[in-house]
Ligand binder design. Structure first.
Ligand code: NAG
Ligand code: NAG
Ligand code: NAG
Ligand code: NAG
Ligand code: NAG
Ligand code: NAG
Ligand code: NAG
Ligand code: NAG
Ligand code: NAG
Ligand code: NAG
Ligand code: NAG
Ligand code: NAG
Length: 569
């Protein structure tokens, strides 16, 4: 007697694009950024929901852009945000980098909680009818694997915390041959510090779905000040013995921690047969525990002989310890109630939440809305901060490196293509730099803070001036390749005297080595000499400034995924 809701996944997919907002209410939403990936427009665009979209140029420097035709049938959605995408045919990972610009708070230890939503519409942009599978990552952590489809719009949503001084990195990584990652839209919204705060800030939340059962349209911003998407589940009355009931309360006080929009409490779902209770069943492939937030509000003012009271029974097991605050649930009239259902593991790939009236209840159970999420692994600290700063110096000095964003090492094995890291999964060190054949021109900055380096390969660039002495002080360095550059002067004794080091420095015509004649003959001194002073030992290098280019500001963001099929019994 289960009546399945038809095509939930498709409804989710097609009903989700309606929310865009630009002017976040001052009380919340410090970051409210909507990035239209693949749009080169420099002018912000305000959509029909007053959400302002910007092009993605300032947030990423890699990838290629494509246009697609978006079917016009997505009600409430801004299809313009989906009609361009950015694809990433090269590199292990490509990252958006978004600064949290919080000028009012300079306490960089304050934690900021953000919601990130990434959206994907393949639209056969490559004419291959082959929607790709790829990985999403954020700030050095795994978000999940995404499998796109030929013609659905998918989005994935995630909430995590970061220090205010940090930035947000959202990365796409190729995991299968010929599966080229792409992204259509990326949205970041600040949450109030209370939101979802019963999950410690060291852990990310990955949302699976968020459904409002009584409403007749998708609810987003501005009703929801955080612009969460509350999916509408469709015309239930016509397909199942369920009914939508409307609250007769003139107002509903929604003063609860996760601040859902008042709209979702105005309508609820019940069984049409009033001697039956409502239940939720879903099938899932997830093996990790699910966590639910269930939302309730009484729809009529009850008199003294009426009572609505029900227990939430999970997988046919009445376990009150996982229901917070507690069973039984008594929905309040004119107010909102949020109940957490914790740590629910699917049994035989099925999760059942029964809302079963207690024996003293005169009325059947009701349900306004349900959110489900999993809790991810503890957030990684990220690559050692000294190493990150030193890599920043390299990026500043060499324009060829400036489009490398995201965590250099994490998540493993998705490092930047030209570094190797050790196996520390929380705060790894950089152990190798492979900057050979990069066309680097200028002088090496002092990256001695990367003192876990074992291998440095700088072969075949145009690096100039003296070989810096700090290279000889790196305690673990065993291989240094400086061949085929324009180094000059002498090789520092710290390198020559290091018996553990394999040094390769050939192909530097102006470098004084024991096999070269340059030490005595070359005139690399910065002033002209007359005559043939072949005996002059002078080879003072001149000190130029490298062509330091500025690292461009990078923004970072978010994302998440929903996959669920759902049935209401
Ligand atoms: C915005 O609304 C206008 C007027 O209703 C409509 O013509 C247009 O198609 C809408 N744009 C989008 C992207 O939905
Ligand atoms: C945030 O700052 C605190 C204090 O400086 C530090 O211990 C913590 O590791 C930082 N967290 C992140 C994610 O950077
Ligand atoms: C895909 O096919 C269309 C029509 O045949 C063509 O206009 C377009 O350039 C093709 N796109 C790519 C990426 O090959
Ligand atoms: C996408 O469409 C092509 C051509 O219609 C089909 O061969 C392929 O199986 C489809 N892929 C998916 C994942 O639906
Ligand atoms: C949705 O419900 C509201 C209130 O019941 C009603 O005013 C509105 O017309 C409905 N909209 C649709 C599209 O059914
Ligand atoms: C309502 O549900 C009860 C209990 O399941 C059942 O006995 C009764 O026949 C149902 N009534 C209708 C009209 O379906
Ligand atoms: C309470 O309300 C119910 C339903 O409207 C009604 O049948 C009942 O008589 C009322 N009881 C009292 C004491 O008012
Ligand atoms: C969740 O349930 C599992 C298995 O019953 C248990 O080991 C774990 O401690 C629980 N976690 C929480 C946070 O309650
Ligand atoms: C799971 O499914 C198997 C096979 O259908 C069945 O034998 C088993 O009893 C089920 N387990 C539970 C806990 O329902
Ligand atoms: C209702 O259930 C409670 C606890 O399960 C029990 O103590 C009580 O006697 C029951 N009341 C009725 C009227 O059945
Ligand atoms: C890191 O782990 C990989 C795979 O487990 C292993 O092959 C490699 O030797 C490890 N490296 C170090 C430095 O421990
Ligand atoms: C040297 O690097 C350049 C790129 O900067 C590359 O095009 C060239 O093939 C490299 N030369 C050798 C011999 O590898």
């Amino acid at each position: 007697m289960n009546t399945s809701l038809p095509n939930l996944l498709l409804l989710l997919l097609f009903s989700y694009f309606s929310c865009f907002l630009l002017l976040a209410p001052a009380a919340s939403a410090k970051v409210f950024l909507s990035i239209d990936c693949g749009s080169l427009s420099l002018k912000p665009r305000t959509d029909n929901n007053s959400i302002v979209w910007v092009g993605d140029g300032p947030y990423i420097q890699t990838g290629e852009i494509h246009k697609v035709n978006v079917p016009e049938v997505i009600p409430g959605f801004d299809s313009d945000a989906l009609n361009t995408l950015r694809a990433f045919p090269t590199r292990k990972k490509n990252c958006y980098s978004i600064d949290i610009d919080d000028k009012e708070e300079d306490d960089d230890t304050t934690v900021e909680r953000v919601l990130v939503r990434a959206s994907f519409y393949y639209g056969n942009y490559d004419n291959k009818s082959s929607p790709p599978t790829f990985n999403l990552q954020f700030n050095g952590n795994n978000w999940g694997q995404l499998t796109t489809t030929n013609d659905s719009i998918l989005y994935s949503e995630m909430v995590f915390s970061l220090n205010k001084s940090s930035n947000i990195n959202i990365c796409l990584s190729q995991t299968k041959p010929d599966n080229i990652p792409f992204i259509s839209a990326l949205e970041v919204r600040s949450l109030d510090s209370d939101a979802y705060s019963y999950v410690p800030s060291e852990y990310p939340l990955f949302f699976q779905f968020r459904d409002a059962y009584g409403v007749n349209k998708t609810t987003r911003y501005p009703e929801d000040s955080f612009d969460r998407i509350w999916s509408w589940i469709g015309p239930l009355e016509s397909t199942s013995p369920l009914m939508r009931v409307r609250s007769n309360s003139p107002s509903i006080d929604v003063n609860i921690e996760d601040e859902p929009p008042e709209e979702i409490f105005r309508t609820a779902l019940m069984r049409l047969n009033s001697s039956e209770d409502i239940a939720y069943t879903s099938t899932t492939d997830l093996t990790v525990p699910l966590h639910f937030n269930a939302y309730f509000s009484e729809v009529v003012k009850l008199n003294s002989t009426q009572k609505r009271s029900f227990d939430i029974i999970v997988n046919n097991n009445l376990d009150n310890s996982i229901i917070l605050p507690k069973n039984p649930v008594i929905p309040p009239y004119g107010r909102a109630l949020e109940v957490h259902i914790l740590n629910v593991t699917a049994i035989n790939s099925t999760v059942t939440l029964a809302f079963a009236r207690t024996n003293d209840s005169s009325l059947p159970s009701l349900l306004n809305a349900l959110e489900a999420f999993t809790i991810g692994e503890k957030l990684a600290q990220g690559t050692n901060s000294n190493d990150v700063k030193a890599l920043g110096l390299l990026k500043k000095s060499f324009i060829q490196l400036q489009d490398w964003n995201g965590d250099p090492c994490l998540p493993s094995p998705y490092t930047w293509d030209w570094v190797t890291c050790n196996n520390d999964t929380d705060s790894p060190r950089i152990t190798a730099l492979y900057l050979n054949d990069h066309g680097l021109t200028g002088i090496l900055p002092d990256f001695s803070a990367m003192d876990a380096l074992e291998t440095i390969n700088l072969r075949n660039n145009s690096l100039m001036q003296e070989i810096p002495g700090f290279l000889g002080t790196l305690p673990r360095l065993t291989a240094l390749n400086l061949a085929d550059n324009n180094f000059s002067g002498t090789i520092p004794s710290s390198l020559l005297n290091n018996d553990d080091l394999k040094l390769e420095a050939s192909g530097n015509p102006n470098l004084c080595t024991n096999t070269s004649t340059i030490c005595n003959t070359e005139s690399r001194v910065p002033f002209p000499r007359t005559g043939s002073s072949d005996t002059s030992p002078s080879n003072n290098p001149s000190r130029n400034n490298g062509n330091g280019s500025k690292a461009s500001g990078q923004p970072v963001l978010i994302l998440l995924i929903m996959f669920f099929s759902l049935f209401l019994l």
